[in-house]
Write a protein that binds this ligand. Sequence first.
Ligand code: MG
Length: 168
Amino acid sequence: MNSNDLRVGQGFDIHRFTDDPDRILVLGGCVFDGERGLEGHSDADAIAHACSDALLGAAGLGDIGMHFPDTDPAWKGADSLTLLQQVVRLVAADGWGVANIDCAVVCERPKLAPRRDEMQQTLTSIVGAPVSVKGNRAERLGALGRNEGIACFATALLVRGSSETELR
Ligand code: MG
């Protein structure tokens, strides 16, 4: 494999909590009952959004705001797993297979560890390659430390003309 056949991408997303009781909290495609939801045009799944941006960045295909603008009513309340799936298709159409994605989520609540396997399995099935999710607290520093929202950093690796399964 030639180094020209690899691309790394970084994605970041942050959403603030809302007191709107109609907003449900969705992270990594999983619903967290009994937790405050996040503000956003779509379902505000910060993990799925960061993964999408990491993939688009790696492929040099812009960002999710460009492909799925929040001014477009088509994406209002959108299931972000559908967006992520479309991003995987865009990247594949450009000749890239996903090797893996690694996510670091920063929040005080909810506790992610009990749902980590479920989020990883959900994201992995959508992406078609391993997706790992790690939770980190902000140690009471700043807005995230005051439990005002949730941020996610994601790193994606793409391989030219190959899927993760072919690599093995
Ligand atoms: Mg977002």
